[in-house]
Write a protein that binds this ligand. Structure first.
Ligand SMILES: Nc1ncnc2c1ncn2[C@@H]1O[C@H](COP(=O)(O)OP(=O)(O)OP(=O)(O)O)[C@@H](O)[C@H]1O
Length: 261
């Protein structure tokens, strides 16, 4: 089943074309890393898929045009983790995570047993149960990030779009996050996560979409997308490409123009 279909998508902001003729299909069961340099258009693509940015072209979620869905209906099909990690309300962590369930219940109705289980599972997955009663405003940056990811998981949508979800997480929580997203794909959902850490992207994603200047320049398994030449031409870095435990290893080493091949 195709969870997301994007066809000939273009988007302009402040009179400048940011996305140019972007097309891809996303079947169920994929963990896609959306990669590309600063300003390539990753956040704009995620926001445009949600219908939050004016665009030309087509976006369909589970076969339905996103433009025809109400915000509440869309939220049952796709969860979105924005890049901004600020939590303004000094309310308990658990209450923030529980907000993810709101789209599934009539307004003012109470949480059911199934809601509670999903909220608890999301908190366990992101290891935030230990501070479930603490005001979210008192947490560290990485802890807040995990609470907001848990809220997106509690939404329990078939598709998750996450904008730089690994930013601010320590190495063990980054790996825990990537394993969680891979597990969601294993459960038949799909995840699209923008990532700057190419090592994480190469190791854990089933597919990478590389954006450069608003266009898709490569789309496929990590080994085929992350070539030495592309890392040079798109990121202007020289990198070590290797393998460990049957998975690719990518380590940017130096600026390409300072360090020859
Ligand atoms: N509201 C806006 N008005 C005008 N230009 C914008 C706006 N938002 C983003 N842009 C521009 O669009 C381009 C793409 O931005 P976007 O945030 O999508 O890139 P990105 O790939 O997510 O970058 P980063 O890795 O730095 O987060 C950038 O050149 C940015 O300056």
């Amino acid at each position: 089943m195709t969870l997301l279909s994007v066809k000939a998508l273009s988007a302009s902001l402040a009179g400048k074309e940011i996305l140019k003729d972007v097309s891809f299909d996303l079947p169920a069961g994929e963990f896609v890393g959306l990669i590309g340099p600063n300003g390539a258009g990753k956040s704009t693509l995620l926001r445009t898929v949600l219908g939050l940015t004016p665009h030309r072209g087509e976006v369909a979620i589970e076969g339905r045009a996103v433009a025809s869905m109400s915000a509440r209906e869309r939220a049952r099909h796709v969860a979105y983790l924005p890049q901004e990690r600020d939590i303004a309300w000094p309310v308990p962590v658990e209450m923030i995570v529980a907000l993810g369930r709101d789209v599934h219940r009539p307004v003012f109705s109470r949480q059911g047993v199934a809601d509670r289980e999903i909220i608890d599972r999301a908190m366990r997955r992101m290891e935030v149960e230990a501070f479930r009663d603490r005001p979210a405003t008192e947490l560290s940056g990485g802890e807040k990030a995990r609470v907001l990811i848990a809220r997106a998981l509690a939404q329990d949508a078939p598709l998750l779009l996450a904008d730089e979800p690994a930013a601010g997480l320590d190495p063990s929580h980054q790996i825990m996050l990537m394993k969680t997203f891979a597990a969601l794909a294993g459960e038949g959902r799909s995840v699209v996560a923008s990532l700057h850490d190419l090592g994480l992207a190469a190791r854990w994603c089933s597919r990478l979409i590389l954006l450069d200047k608003g266009r898709i320049v490569a789309d496929g398994p990590p080994q085929t997308v992350l070539t030495r030449e592309r890392l040079r031409s798109v990121y202007a870095v020289d990198a070590h490409l290797g393998e460990a435990g049957g998975k690719p290893v990518v380590m940017p080493l130096d600026l390409a123009d300072r360090n020859g091949p």
